[in-house]
Design a protein around this ligand. Structure first.
Ligand code: GLU
Ligand code: ZN
Length: 291
């Protein structure tokens, strides 16, 4: 049973869409963009866009511009300036410095880690320092093993997984997504993380980092995933096609359907804005928001 959400006129809700620019938006990422947008608008909050190119080896040239153009073509206009993780190495390095007492160097190879069991067993904790190249791991002593998600409700983690000393900086020197996403969400004052359910499991590690770095955790909402006919998640790796913005109204109606909103047919709408307006109203009633 959903608990009604009482909306306040001066709502401080801040949400975000944080795509990895490894290719243009496909239908699955449009669903995540739309869900986070609608939740922000339904709360009269802010909706930010952040380009998650922390892994410079995966970023595809111009994919960021393409994604931003696709969002605009669908009427998904963001607030504030778009930030790029690739420009924030100094921030991540500073945060790692601040929590150095809670981290350690690990030079275990993949093979050595596999030999330790399903999860990394803290082998290097007592073997400091390690020779380069090494990864930096988090001493995960206060792991969160439970979280509350608005759709999945109470979610319990496999304890061994949640307690793993996960990586904050990779052996190749790149900052880990887990670190960058939490540092950025905190710095941008994000209150609500709304994204695809493929990221529900990493939320346990992220929740621990949120608590360590910021003393709070966000509200979580993990949206339904779009799968292809063989049941695999749509993704760039599976060559999901880019969405065609000449059918923006149809795309939005189809994405809204995945989010359990029923908008009728494209001919009933004269623009993306009217689709988004109707979707926001339905989202408010679906989530029992009291305006
Ligand atoms: N950059 C991640 C992705 O595209 C999403 C991160 C997030 O929403 O927290 O899968
Ligand atoms: Zn190690």
């Amino acid at each position: 049973m959903l608990k009604p959400i009482q909306l306040q006129s001066s709502n401080s809700y801040r949400g975000r869409f944080a795509p990895t620019p490894s290719g243009p938006l496909h239908f699955g990422s449009l669903v995540a963009a739309l869900g986070s947008f609608l939740d922000a608008r339904a709360h009269y909050g802010q909706w930010l866009v952040r380009i998650e190119d922390v892994d410079k080896t995966r970023a595809v040239p111009n994919a960021d511009t393409q994604i931003l153009n696709q969002l605009e073509a669908h009427g998904l206009h963001w607030d504030e300036t778009v930030i790029y993780q690739s420009q924030r190495d100094e921030v991540y390095a500073r945060v790692l410095g601040d929590i150095s007492a809670q981290t350690y160097m690990c030079d275990c190879s993949r093979k050595q880690i596999r030999a330790q069991g399903a999860y990394y067993n803290g082998h290097c904790r007592t073997r400091q320092p390690r020779p380069a190249p090494y990864a930096i791991r988090f001493k995960n002593d206060n792991a969160k093993t439970h979280l509350f998600d608005r759709r999945h409700q109470h979610v319990q983690a496999e304890a061994e997984f949640a307690q793993e000393d996960f990586i904050l900086r990779r052996r190749d020197g790149l900052f880990a997504y887990q670190l960058a996403v939490v540092v950025d969400d905190l710095e941008q004052g994000i209150t609500d993380v709304v994204r695809g359910s493929d990221l529900l499991i990493p939320s346990f590690w992220q929740a621990t980092l949120w608590q360590t770095l910021g003393g709070r955790t966000p509200r979580w909402l993990h949206l339904p995933l779009v799968t292809d006919p063989s049941g695999r998640k749509l993704s760039k790796q599976n060559h999901a096609p880019a969405i065609d913005e000449t059918f923006a109204v149809d795309n939005l109606i189809a994405a809204a359907k995945v989010l359990s909103l029923h908008l009728g047919e494209a001919k009933d709408y004269d623009s993306v804005d009217t689709v988004l307006k109707a979707s926001t109203q339905q989202w408010q009633s679906q989530w029992q928001m009291i305006v």
